[in-house]
Design a protein around this ligand. Structure first.
Ligand SMILES: Nc1nc2c([nH]c(=O)n2[C@H]2C[C@H](O)[C@@H](COP(=O)(O)OP(=O)(O)OP(=O)(O)O)O2)c(=O)[nH]1
Length: 138
């Protein structure tokens, strides 16, 4: 773990994996830092929320789906100019509804085994998540 004097922004990110073995990326909407960059869906954990509660709320707001369960994949930190973030990354295999871009964001289903995503650029901290996912599945 890195250490920092900066306040830490706790973030929950959820890698949705569908039945054909694809995972979902979303493009950050206008108005957010790194707008246009691709990321794993999720967002900031609010005060008093667990990682799962935050994921459930964020994925409902962003994608219009209801998740039933999640498996913790990894925790990683990244020092951005706008914030120091700690990302709690989970894998989600069960949800109700069909993911859609409720905030006007584009979505892309990606092949798990591929070398790199078909879309770019990715948020810098999304890369280690995908590496961790690859390691889990191979
Ligand atoms: N969701 C998500 N966030 C990521 C990833 N990689 C990464 O560095 N982040 C960072 C970017 C942001 O600083 C932070 C997530 O915050 P956000 O701005 O998306 O959160 P939010 O939806 O709660 O935003 P807001 O309500 O403040 O507008 O985590 C990723 O793959 N997915």
């Amino acid at each position: 773990m890195q250490t920092t004097d900066r306040p830490i922004t706790e973030v929950a990110a959820g890698i949705l994996i569908d039945e054909s073995g694809r995972y979902l990326l979303g493009q950050r909407p206008e108005g957010k830092p790194y707008a246009g960059y691709w990321e794993v869906p999720g967002g900031k954990i609010e005060k008093g929320e667990s990682v799962f509660q935050a994921l459930k709320r964020e994925l409902h707001e962003e994608l219009g789906i209801d998740i039933e369960s999640s498996e913790e994949l990894t925790v990683l930190e990244h020092d951005y100019p706008h914030a120091y973030v700690r990302l709690h990354v989970s894998v989600i295999r069960n949800w109700n509804g069909i993911p859609k871009g409720c905030e006007g964001q584009a979505l892309s289903w990606e092949i798990l085994g591929s070398e790199k995503p078909s879309v770019e650029p990715l948020l810098p901290a999304a890369w280690p998540m995908l590496e961790r996912l690859k390691a889990l599945l191979t």
